[in-house]
Design a protein around this ligand. Structure first.
Ligand SMILES: Nc1ncnc2c1ncn2[C@@H]1O[C@H](COP(=O)(O)OP(=O)(O)O)[C@@H](O)[C@H]1O
Ligand SMILES: [Mg+2]
Length: 142
């Protein structure tokens, strides 16, 4: 990102199909790399974004042709990624923290996202769909 610019945004509209997750992983790797994130952070961001996109594809689907949106907000010290679908939403209170020893294959995506990103906000409702916003801060150079 140009040093003179404080904020820049890229937005991508994606069909609800799993094959497009790899495209979005490549896109975010390129964006994060250009912002100066290290390899470890780039891997974390890719995993978190893949989980959010998988949720939009698997749970947030609606009519054919109705894409979901991924927005990348690049700032000097952070990358904020929003994944928004226009599906049926869900009840956030119904999602329970996984207990050690009771781990199932499913039901971990949101916890993985929260553990890998610095800040996560979810807005969801039956009339608005779901929007998950996740922020990763650039580490201070030492
Ligand atoms: N975008 C979404 N739209 C509707 N429901 C969602 C969405 N994202 C998550 N959910 C709900 O939250 C639950 C937990 O999501 P997650 O932690 O990723 O686990 P999993 O996807 O393996 O079920 C999902 O099973 C689904 O019911
Ligand atoms: Mg999931």
């Amino acid at each position: 990102m140009n040093k003179e610019i404080n904020q820049e945004m890229i937005e991508v509209s994606i069909p609800h199909r799993a094959e497009y997750v790899s495209l979005i992983r490549l896109t975010v790797a390129s964006i994060a790399n250009s912002m100066g994130f290290d390899i470890e952070d780039i891997e974390d961001i890719k995993v978190a974004l893949s989980e959010a996109c998988s949720n939009a594809i698997m749970h947030g689907g609606c009519d054919v042709g109705d894409n979901f949106l991924v927005q990348f907000m690049m700032e000097k010290a952070s990358l904020t990624i929003s994944v928004s679908d226009f599906g049926k939403g869900y009840d956030k209170n119904s999602i329970q923290e996984p207990k050690p020893g009771e781990l199932n294959e499913g039901g971990l995506g949101i916890f993985i996202i929260k553990s890998l990103m610095d800040d996560v906000h979810i807005d969801t409702g039956s009339s608005q769909g779901t929007s998950i916003k996740m922020i990763k801060n650039l580490r201070e150079e030492s």
